[in-house]
Design a protein around this ligand. Sequence first.
Ligand SMILES: [Zn+2]
Length: 92
Amino acid sequence: MLLIPCPWCGPRDETEFRYGGQAHVAYPGDPAALSDEEWARYLFFRDNPRGPFAERWSHAAGCRRWFNAVRDTASGEIHAVYRPGEPRPVTP
Ligand SMILES: [Zn+2]
């Protein structure tokens, strides 16, 4: 069982959360100007690191809010959580 610390509710069981993919993927400023390849890269291409990774999570069965977490993809350990609009904390 993985405990995920919601920034508003505190630690809750992972079953209450929904994964939302990589964090900090900015919506294109002018989507109509993109080529099909550039649009596909925005939609489908994501980093896939081994180690700390900034992800989006939703506390779907709780407060229903979105937040970001820095999680180690190898160990599952969550190094930090932060609210949308806050900068990514410095983590090991
Ligand atoms: Zn919550």
